[in-house]
Design a protein around this ligand. Structure first.
Ligand code: SF4
Length: 435
């Protein structure tokens, strides 16, 4: 069978999307390509976002290839599946513009939470819930009732959903093949800020070392995918890194939910320390100590971002953070991290447990020592996160994304959007009517 995997050109105009808007490697498509190839399928991977291709450019490539399945993600890269844009404008526009006869398969966070609404909004033929790496090949070899997380319309037009969710065996994710990928176009260095010790770096990439997280913070949108913690085979990851270095990459951002948990992470860092490569990632501060932070320095870590969430134990418990550290230890460990790493960031979420004056003191103290601390931001109750159910008292339904979006906009009602939004966001209905 022939599978075309297309990363569309993303636009977030009018969106509440707060993730990075630069192009990133579509790791979900590269990973699926390896699984599809191993199963004997022909694959065409087109990163229209990185290559700045319009739908007409992609359509002519598809016509030459003649795919049986056209696969499109609903969010830009695995890196942002946990914080996607709420609207489905881009997949809808691309499905309509490509106008293919093949089976259109959507993967991503929207269909994982609300598959029927995702199918109705976009006109896709199939929606795969969960991680699609290993369920995509099954679409052409297994009855769809047997494919975990498969949603489709049968011959009578009835909406069908198979049991379960796609969950990938990460030991099966071998070295991703970049031989025909435009690595050189990826000049963006994710989460690297000018003037903060990394201005010498030129070419970035993203790598996945481990997927999932053993914690269960209420706001974290990972329960339907990237949930259970799993490491890849270290030798495969190192081969992938060496392949990227050979192409000129000097900075890798690990997209892992929580870098630093796994059994192999120290070995990985020792290996990176021997290579001409800088790294960045998101983590939890309570995974690190003086010795491991020194190792991070040797491994050329230039970007270290932690979700602290709250400056009080009560606030952290409200989010089910289960942080092992007291606030004093969090503070001192951030300061130690800053001795070894040029960019250390601590993120806060708005909670009534935190006294604004104490938050200001926490920010002042750390910023004076070179640690960047965010303003406490409101939460988007993503459908699929525990926070959604806590907020609305029910599982996500057909209107879940609209409800969450409306709630999020109201949180900003009195504050304006200027602190994290650069424009007045539009309603989902307005954004999704864009075709
Ligand atoms: S530690 Fe991070 S990745 Fe893990 S559940 Fe909490 S927010 Fe999500």
């Amino acid at each position: 069978m022939k599978y075309a995997l297309v990363n569309p050109q993303w636009t977030f105009e009018g969106s509440t999307y707060f993730g990075c808007r630069e192009p990133h490697v579509p790791l979900e498509l590269l990973s699926a390509r390896e699984m599809l190839r191993a199963a004997g399928h022909h694959v065409l991977l087109i990163d229209a976002n990185m290559e700045e291709l319009a739908p007409a450019d992609v359509r002519s490539k598809l016509e030459a290839f003649g795919e049986d399945f056209l696969v499109i993600p609903t969010a830009p890269s695995y890196l942002f599946w946990r914080c996607p844009q709420p609207e489905l404008r881009v997949p809808k526009v691309w499905i309509g513009s490509l106008a293919r006869e093949s089976k259109v398969v959507l993967i991503g966070p929207h269909g994982s939470a609300t598959p029927h609404a995702t199918m109705m909004k976009t006109g896709a033929d199939v929606v795969l819930r969960g991680e699609p790496d290993q369920t995509l090949p099954q679409l052409s070899s297994v009855p769809w009732e047997m494919v975990p997380g498969c949603c489709w319309r049968d011959e009578e037009g009835r909406f069908r959903v198979s049991e379960g969710l796609g969950t990938t065996d990460m030991k099966a994710v071998t070295m991703l093949d970049y031989s025909d990928y435009p690595v050189e176009r990826h000049t963006h260095l994710h989460h690297v800020f000018a003037g903060n010790g990394a201005d010498h770096l030129k070419l970035g990439a993203e790598v996945e070392f481990a997927r999932g997280c053993p914690y269960s913070c209420t706001f974290c949108n990972k329960t339907l995918f990237r949930n259970q913690f799993r490491e890849r085979d270290l030798s495969q990851v190192l081969q992938e890194i060496d392949q990227l270095i050979a192409r000129g990459v000097d900075y890798v951002y690990f997209i892992d939910e929580i870098f630093g948990v796994g059994k192999q992470v120290r070995v990985l860092l020792e290996e990176i320390a021997k290579r001409p490569l800088a790294i960045g990632f998101q983590t939890r501060i309570d995974l690190w100590n003086e010795e491991s932070l020194e190792l991070l320095g040797r491994a050329h870590c230039v970007s270290f971002e932690c979700g602290i969430e709250s400056i009080t134990h009560e606030g952290r418990e409200e989010f089910n953070k289960h942080c092992r550290f007291t606030t004093e230890t969090i503070e001192s460990t951030l300061l130690t991290a800053r001795k070894h790493i040029p960019w250390v960031q601590a993120n806060l979420i708005g909670t009534t447990h935190d006294d604004p004056a104490e938050v200001a003191r926490f920010q002042r103290t750390l910023k004076a020592a070179g640690v960047w601390v965010s303003e406490p931001v409101p939460l988007f109750p993503f459908p699929g996160s525990p926070q959604y159910v806590q907020t609305f008292g029910a599982q996500p339904d057909e209107g879940a994304w609209e409800r969450a979006h409306q709630f999020y906009l109201q949180l900003f009602g009195d504050r304006g959007f200027s602190d994290i939004q650069d424009q007045q966001p539009r309603s989902l209905a307005e954004l999704e009517c864009a075709l």
